[in-house]
Design a protein around this ligand. Structure first.
Ligand code: CA2
Length: 145
């Protein structure tokens, strides 16, 4: 059975509780439930991890090598400056799809740069929770070959 890992970075545990004008009312648990349901329909196993700590995420990316077929990753603020996460992604063979709830290119200048994008398979942003769902649909298509 194919396996995917859904990784979420700092402060995404607060989703649905603050700044609803930017991030909406959906909680991370709601998003994970939707992903889990669609993945189960498609016969894909999913693991989820959210951490506020860069090193925990680096460890998770490293440990994912040869264990998962794809990673869906919202690295949150680390997207914009974590060379450690970029190096970890570059060091593994598992393709990573970078996702964001908001359109980072429409926001403050410092969010326009993703240091992860050059080593990611692709980037999906601005679709809210559907950014994750679109990444999952892409994975389902790719797994079908
Ligand atoms: O749009 C996204 O998904 C982001 O990755 C979210 C990050 C932000 O730093 C990136 O530039 C874009 C922030 C996640 C913080 O989430 C919160 C949710 C609710 C309340 C406060 C923060």
């Amino acid at each position: 059975m194919p396996k995917i890992l859904v990784l979420n970075g700092p402060n995404l545990n607060l989703l649905g509780t603050r700044e609803p004008e930017i991030y909406g009312h959906t909680t991370l648990q709601d998003i994970n439930d939707r992903i889990g349901k669609r993945a189960a329909e498609a016969g894909i196993a999913v693991d989820f991890l959210q951490s506020n700590h860069e090193g925990v995420l680096v460890d998770a990316v490293q440990a994912a090598n040869h264990k998962y077929d794809y990673i869906i990753f919202n690295a949150a603020a680390f997207t914009h400056y974590s060379i450690a996460l970029r190096d970890a992604i570059a060091a593994i063979e598992v393709p990573v799809i970078e996702v964001h709830l908001s359109n980072i290119h429409q926001r403050e200048e410092f969010r326009h740069t993703s240091v992860l994008a050059p080593v990611a398979m692709g980037q999906i942003c601005g679709l809210g929770a559907e950014s994750y769902m679109a990444a999952l649909e892409a994975i389902i298509c790719k797994l079908k070959g």
